[in-house]
Design a protein around this ligand. Structure first.
Ligand SMILES: [Zn+2]
Length: 322
């Protein structure tokens, strides 16, 4: 049942991403509004920190999902932002998870095609070495589809998460405290004892610890009743990073062979890489020259495009073809 669930959450996350677009970055002001008054440990606020830093606050968009809901003025202010809650109001145990901000990925500026047929031909960029480099990047951006065994594009960053289950939210969804490293080059910041929503493959017991490869699917709004001290029994609304347990593509020779065969059979696969390339405006020098009257030396002005480094990041999507 978990793969199905996983897909449900994933598709709803993606759906929300499409619906809300770039506007989806909302302020954190509603963060843990219920526990804010609790004598609690500072944990909820701390946990929100990485996300806050990642998302510069913009004017309120928090209420947006509610606009689509039937317009019944809610008596309780907290109810307003959760359309599903109205129906479930009677059930104090009901858990609602609403996609809130989609995972962010780099957008490619250039596109090129890697033709397997040109591999190691004179002057071709299609070398064995380049194929290996691209496959390593491919493996970090794709997951193995549990149902078919095929490669699927990962809609977010993948990372290794060490977690402790705090509360079972039902259907293999959990509130957990997690630690994960910052991903170099990816827009996912490090998590340290941060509350997260996990969607695991298997059931897990409260208090148990574990490790998994998690696929970051963005941020969700989580409405639930706490079953842990000192917030026991309180109805909370959290904004939390959400991760989906996944099977990463391993970087073995066998997996690469399978990858090459998939392309030869016509699979449409691509990978996004970020390279530092010479800055064009300054020709990679980091400054521009200007001849000065009566002086032998040119005047040098630091290049604004590359901030004097001579290099610019170039995000390229490489598509693969037979
Ligand atoms: Zn420059």
């Amino acid at each position: 049942m978990s793969p199905h669930l996983a897909r449900c959450l994933l598709s709803s996350c993606l759906l929300a991403a499409t619906a809300l677009g770039a506007d989806a970055e909302a302020p954190m002001k509603k963060e843990a509004e219920a526990p804010a008054t609790a004598p609690a440990t500072a944990a909820p606020a701390d946990a929100a920190k990485p996300a806050t830093e990642a998302a510069p606050a913009k004017p309120a968009m928090t209420e947006k999902p509610a606009e689509a809901a039937p317009a019944k003025p809610a008596a309780d202010g907290e109810m307003k932002k959760d359309p599903e809650k109205e129906a479930k109001e009677e059930d104090p145990e009901a858990v609602t998870i609403t996609p809130f901000r989609a995972a962010r990925l780099p957008t490619a500026k250039e596109t090129r095609t890697f033709h397997l047929a040109k591999l190691n031909k004179p002057l071709a960029f299609e070398t064995t070495r380049e194929l290996q480099r691209l496959f390593a990047a491919f493996a970090s951006q794709h997951v193995v589809d549990a149902a078919t065994g095929d490669f699927s594009k990962a809609p977010g960053s993948m990372t290794a998460i060490a977690y402790t289950i705090v509360q079972d939210l039902g259907e293999n969804r959990f509130l957990a405290k997690g630690n994960w490293p910052a991903l170099n080059g990816d827009p996912l910041l490090e998590g340290k004892d941060a509350f997260v929503v996990l969607l695991l493959d298997k059931p897990a017991a409260v208090g148990s610890t574990g490790r998994c490869t998690g696929l970051h699917v963005g941020m969700v709004a989580l409405g639930f009743t706490a079953k842990f001290a000192p917030l026991e029994g309180r109805k909370l609304t959290f904004r939390r990073e959400a991760f989906l347990q996944c099977t990463p593509v391993d970087e073995s020779a066998a997996a690469m062979q399978k990858f090459v065969e998939a392309i030869q059979k016509g699979a449409e696969l691509s990978v996004i890489t970020t390279d530092r390339v010479a800055c064009k405006p300054c020709g990679g020098l980091g400054f521009t020259r200007e001849a000065q009257k009566g002086k032998i030396e040119d005047k040098r002005t630091p290049c604004k495009d590359c901030e004097g480094t001579g290099k610019l990041p170039l995000v390229t999507e490489t598509k693969f073809a037979p």
